[in-house]
Design a protein around this ligand. Sequence first.
Ligand code: PGA
Length: 261
Amino acid sequence: MEVVIVPDAKAGGELIAGTMAQLLRRRPDALLGVATGSTPLPVYQALADQVRSGAVDTSRARIAQLDEYVGLPVDHPESYRSVVRREVLEPLGIGMDAFLGPDGSAEDVQAACEAYDKALGDAGGIDLQLLGIGTDGHIGFNEPCSSLVSRTRIKTLTEQTRMDNARFFEGDVDQVPHHVITQGIGTILEARHLVLFATGEGKAEAIAATVEGPLAAVCPASALQLHPHATVVVDEAAAGKLKFADYFRYAHVNKPDWQGI
Ligand code: PGA
C-alpha cells in the first residue's frame, strides 16, 4: 500500500485526476469506479478541467457506481445514480450508455445485487476504483464487521453513517434510507487499482486503522492491505494520526517519477 500525503483536497483531487487521465490515455475505454460523498468532488472537478482543456478524451470511458440507497426512486436527487450523473457523467461528457450501476429501486433487491456484481465482471472488471472512507472505516457502504470476501449485497447502515449523510437530506436523518446496495469488499478488491481519498481531521482515526491497524473486518478499509495496488491519498489533517507519516512522505518524494501512484 502506498500512502501519499498531499497539502490539501485540491492537490489530492489533481493527483488522482492525473492518474485517471493517464489511465484513459493508455486505455481509452477504461472502466472507472466512482464514489459519491463530498471527498471525491475535487477529483471530478480536476478531471473535468482536463476534459475541457483537451488533455484527456473521455468519449470511450466507462463509469461504474460503488453503492446505492435502497428504495429511493432512481430520479431522486440524492439517489447515487443521480449524484453520479450530476457530478461525474455530465461534467465529463459521458452518456448513460457507458454507465453501470445497481438498481436501488428493484423489487428483488437480491437479484439486483447479483446482477450488478456479474455485470462488473462481464464488463472486464474495474480498472481504477476511487473510494472514500466513512468515519467508521467503511468503504462503499460496507459497514464495520462486513465480510472481507463479501460480494455486492444489501446492507443496513449504522446510525453514525445515517447521521453523517443527513446533510444531503436537509439535515433530516429520518430521510436517510436504512438500507443500501454496496459492492462487497471482495468485489472492490477485484478492481485493478484502488485509490482511497480522505480529507479532514474527522477521517484521521479511520485512516490510521486502515493503514497501520491490523487487517480486521471491524475496519473494512483495512482490506486494502490485501490489494497488490492500493493507494491512499490523504491531506495533512487526515494523515494526522499516522505513525509512519514521515516514512510515507520520504518514500513518495524519492520514488521514480515513471512509477506514478
Ligand atoms: P464523504 O463520505 O466523502 O462525504 O466523507 C465518505 C464515505 O462515507 O465513504
